[in-house]
Design a binder for this molecule. Sequence first.
Ligand SMILES: Cc1cc2nc3c(=O)[nH]c(=O)nc-3n(C[C@H](O)[C@H](O)[C@H](O)COP(=O)(O)OP(=O)(O)OC[C@H]3O[C@@H](n4cnc5c(N)ncnc54)[C@H](O)[C@@H]3O)c2cc1C
Length: 393
Amino acid sequence: MQVNTLILGAGAAGMMCAAHAGPSVLVIDHAKAPGEKIRISGGGRCNFTNMHTDPARFLGQNPHFHKSALSRYTQWDFLDLVDRYKIAWHEKTLGQLFCDDKATQIVDMLRTEMAQAGAQLWLQTSLVDLSHDGVLFTAQLERDGKRHSVTARNLVLATGGKSIPKMGATGLAYDIARQFGHQVTDTRPALVPLTFSDQRFAPISGVATPVIAEANGTAFEEALLFTHRGLSGPAVLQISSYWKEGDSISVNLLPGHDLVTALRSARQTHGKRNVTTALAEILPERLVTHLSAELALSGNVGDLSDRRIDELTNYLRNWTLIPTGSEGYRTAEVTLGGISTDRIDSKTMMSRDMPGLFMIGEAVDVTGWLGGFNFQWAWSSGVACGRAIAKRT
Ligand SMILES: Cc1cc2nc3c(=O)[nH]c(=O)nc-3n(C[C@H](O)[C@H](O)[C@H](O)COP(=O)(O)OP(=O)(O)OC[C@H]3O[C@@H](n4cnc5c(N)ncnc54)[C@H](O)[C@@H]3O)c2cc1C
């Protein structure tokens, strides 16, 4: 069988690319259904983009690489598509756009777009072997127990990163990129809960509080959630992309609170109130109980000196912790790092060294913040690649 374009991976980026890549496209995926991560994303409602998409909200060794694709297919372009399909949506918070109903509406929309473009989709299909003769790629595929040999002028690597292997994530794109001479940067789980081997937060698991969490100079003001194994919630998921084993994190438990003034005034008005009771007016009670030994909280507010009030405030503003690790790829939303962008053309997503080889989506060393940015990268890089292939054809 001969096609113009073979796309490996029917996820967010692969499907978007197929819808724009012109005629004669075959998309293969080893999963039973396309877009499985879209289906489970955003608690089943898919946070499909972010109104505040901006290149500064992405990480990667080259901070400029993603600018071109993001500016040529923007969050507004994707929203336009969603509106054309009459998919109802809402902004949840911080520019994050979600479906009102079901994430599968996005999958169905992409399937329709692909079908309208004439792309074929082969599910439960795996790649057995791949070669290149200088002009064409030849892929040996296995589908329904049968071998198929497919030749293609263009090959698109869209098999994503390593996060959630249970859902079929593999390092296939990295292996093929390496096979054709591309470098792959170090990869790490990102947007992932952080863990503590002593499970010190197990007694307060389920408690959530607004914080400013910071790792290696980057801070996010969002909610923090204590879990059996450590820390989660959007603030922690965000900083996990900036954290490495051995690094400390700092948590400001008092965003928007002037604890110094509150305790000084309570000293005058409610001097007989227990210090823990006074703090529990600002922080969740179970968290105050948890912190009481570490902070030696005892006695009444009336007995607090100015110095002690300053000391408590500074401690709670710079609560410093050293996580042992993270939950890893088992639960990470994304993989940080990936195929190095050094030898990829940022306008077309094509290899600079091997014409016809394209790399898109999470497989590439571009990682977004939490909040719809990773899907936007999948859409933008998929469209950039698809349009380039259509032009090449
Ligand atoms: C639980 C969860 C929730 C998320 N929620 C959001 C969210 O709300 N908003 C957001 O922006 N991002 C979210 N993300 C991140 C987002 O899902 C990814 O960044 C995005 O799906 C990447 O798109 P992709 O097409 O590059 O890869 P994927 O969508 O992962 O697609 C890769 C495809 O390749 C296939 N594949 C892999 N290996 C092989 C192989 N060896 N052979 C054949 N096929 C293969 C897979 O089956 C898959 O269909 C979430 C991720 C997770 C895990």
